[in-house]
Design a protein around this ligand. Structure first.
Ligand code: F6P
Ligand code: MG
Length: 481
């Protein structure tokens, strides 16, 4: 908290114009209810008496949390669950004074919510490592099968071409090659960007056509106009310059967001960067506790790879959503199977070579913004400075980069990320579909235009256009310049 020196006020759950208001009153109770249902199901399936009893206790703890939230009670200290970050959460709460659920800074309260949920489990014996959101995450991945197959085929052809010729078809001259590589880089990054739009809350109940519409290549082209700021050229030039300079170790980091389809597209980008020589290694930063429903835990990474290790088995077991819709399993066609196998082999080989690394850190699930990174997590900060480019995926990472504060939307991105901006030694690229109020770096007048669109603003004057995941920003700051 002592490092929170940003000049703009943070969004609060008491502000009727902010998505924080709706989130605290409508979304969070639903998320806890879904969690209760999940634990209830697992408890019913358990046979061991101690597990069943603890499962019931967990359900009542979660119900209590929901009650406190809905009745606008005070946020209470997180009970000691033996984890090292409890003290920081509780110290911050004590410093903030009385905080009620419906009148508290959005960012801290939402992080606190997931940390409280985690403490309920960490204090048990049999549910310590239980992921309350795991069921939803893997189902989501299964539901996005059409896009997964389309992208797997595309990936296989790109990587095969890169591996065989170390060049791209149709590229005659060095300039041609450069342009072709930049195009491909943009494509992979934009796949990765829009993979964030189709996250858990949006994707689970979509039909084949809906998914195709959101994730297919035609849709991606069409969505380019919805990228309000696109700095991918700068990011590409940076990686290309390091490659040309012959720098031996060229690392790209990805601060991950959601599991399932989004993790799949993150892996596509990682594999592509290595195959194209734009990076010599990619470091993934997952979360360490179940977080904002769909965020990646190390176990989600393992689950995704094991699904791809035996794709026919994976796809012949129907997802909950598909079962409910009365669907029957469709076996994979041989070409589809081949493409998925290719992808699995490529990813496991770069993983085995140490070119794909998973590096969790407790900082990612602390209650503050990334303005606190240099002083709050100096080792992690030093590590990120080693990277050529640090890609932050998704909405929450963007909120944390910009401190979830009500900036003027024309504030330069490099200013709004404070200590991670110019001179920080960290090159930041945010790939973010907008699902919250904060936005910076827009041309003058653009926010006003978007607010005037149908459904672009709430009655209370909220920036509603920025809540749906339909618009995006791709913003770069060169902290090494
Ligand atoms: O929809 C709002 C929200 O839950 C925000 O609280 C949060 O920033 C975001 O969605 C999570 O989205 P993402 O997975 O892209 O970070
Ligand atoms: Mg997320």
């Amino acid at each position: 908290m002592e490092f929170d020196t940003f000049p703009a006020a943070q969004y609060r759950t008491s502000d009727p114009a902010s998505f924080a208001h709706t989130s605290a009153r409508e979304r969070w109770p639903i998320i806890i209810t879904q969690g209760i249902d999940d634990v209830h199901r697992s408890t019913s399936a358990a046979t061991d008496a101690a597990t069943v009893q603890e499962g019931k206790d967990v359900v009542s703890e979660l119900a209590r949390l929901k009650y406190e939230l809905q009745h606008d009670r005070e946020l209470t200290s997180i009970p000691d669950d033996g984890e090292p970050d409890v003290a920081a959460y509780n110290d911050e709460l004590a410093t903030r004074g009385v905080c009620r659920w419906h009148s508290v800074p959005w960012l801290y309260a939402e992080c606190y919510l997931y940390r409280r949920i985690s403490a309920v489990f960490k204090r048990t014996q049999h549910w310590r490592n239980y992921d309350i959101f795991a069921r939803q995450k893997i189902d989501t991945f299964k539901s996005s099968r059409p896009a997964v197959l389309e992208l797997a085929a595309r990936y296989k052809s790109i990587v095969t071409e890169l591996q065989q010729k170390h060049t791209l078809a149709g590229a005659q001259s060095a300039a041609d090659l450069e342009a072709a590589e930049e195009l491909l880089f943009r494509e992979m990054c934009e796949i990765c960007l829009w993979g964030n739009a189709t996250d858990l809350s949006l994707l689970t109940n979509l039909s084949y056509e809906d998914i195709q519409q959101l994730q297919g290549s035609a849709a991606r082209k069409n969505s380019e106009k919805n990228i309000l700021v696109n700095d991918l050229d700068k990011a590409f030039q940076t990686l290309r310059a390091a490659q040309k300079a012959g720098t031996k170790d060229r690392r790209v980091d990805i601060v991950l967001d959601n599991a399932g389809f989004e993790l799949f597209v993150d892996l596509l980008l990682a594999g592509y960067l290595v195959a194209a020589g734009l990076a010599t290694a990619v470091v993934f930063h997952p979360k360490s506790i179940p977080w904002f429903v769909s965020d990646v835990l190390p176990a989600d990474f393992a689950k995704l790879l094991s699904a791809l290790a035996a794709p026919q088995t994976f796809y012949s077991a129907l997802s909950e959503a598909d079962k409910a819709a009365g669907k029957t399993a469709q076996p994979l066609a041989p070409a589809e199977h081949d493409a998925l196998t290719f992808l699995f082999q490529h990813w496991t080989s770069i993983y085995a070579e140490g070119q794909l690394v998973l590096r969790p850190n407790g900082f990612w699930t602390t209650g503050g913004s990334y303005w606190r990174l240099p002083k709050g997590a100096p080792e992690l900060y030093a590590d990120l400075k080693e990277s050529e480019l640090v890609i932050f995926k998704g909405d929450l990472n963007y909120r944390k980069l910009t401190a979830d504060a009500a900036w003027d939307p024309t504030t330069p991105f490099a200013d709004a990320i404070g200590p991670l901006g110019p001179g920080s030694g960290v090159r930041v690229l945010a790939l973010r579909t907008c699902k919250a109020d904060v936005v910076v770096g827009l041309p003058a007048g653009r926010d006003e235009e978007l607010r005037q669109m149908d459904g672009g603003s709430t009655e209370a004057g909220g920036r509603k256009w920025a809540w749906s995941g339909k618009w995006a920003v791709v913003q770069f700051s060169d902290g090494k310049a």
